[in-house]
Design a protein around this ligand. Sequence first.
Ligand code: HPA
Length: 235
Amino acid sequence: MTTLHINAKLKDFSKRVLIAGDPLRVKYIAEKYFKNSVQITNVRSMLGYTGMYKNKKISIMSHGIGIPSCMLYVQELIKYFNVKKIIRIGTCGVIDNDINLHDILISIGACTNSKINRLRFKNYDLSAIANFNLLYKAKKISKKMGLKVRFGNFFTSDFFYEPNRKVFNLMQKFNILAIEMETVALYSLALELKIKALSICTVTDHIYKNKKVSVNDRILLCNDMIELALETIIL
Ligand code: HPA
């Protein structure tokens, strides 16, 4: 089954898929962590790979930046490639002074300034939540790996460059853990199409402290998060 955005065959994908925004990070992860890694799709250079991790078939797919891009890849993965479990491994910004660059944050749920869920859910407010089973497994595995991981509410923004910085004060007031651009799309589709989804991010931007991880380090810094996601998705 080739779709408009994924030129793979049905059997090319595992039912377990990691997703990440950046195609080069996806390539790096497949080559570093998968045995017998094969590239299975390359439409628009949005690369996808399948290989083996600890004797389990696993795939990784890139999804670009933002809700519309993420949504179309996740929708095609679920509807046309029969994917049942998706863990997003991404990067995020933070506002809390106690959180530092490189910290790992896991989304229990996600709110948004996008209208997608109002449109999809007939103007009601959808609680875009993670799959409890994956949350529980991620908690257990992070403890076993000795990782300090925080769980909380993400804010999925349509902006990387927020035009109204006062919004960050509001997010702080409502205890938002991380700001990124895709989780609400993944969770909304996962709820509707009845698959398991989780979103994990590594902090690359501290908005108030004005600190950033460099472009090159963004690809390399996420090893703990990648291992946590791999161990969680195969369990
Ligand atoms: N804002 C939104 N999305 C992001 C950020 C950010 O600061 N960092 C990584 N993704």
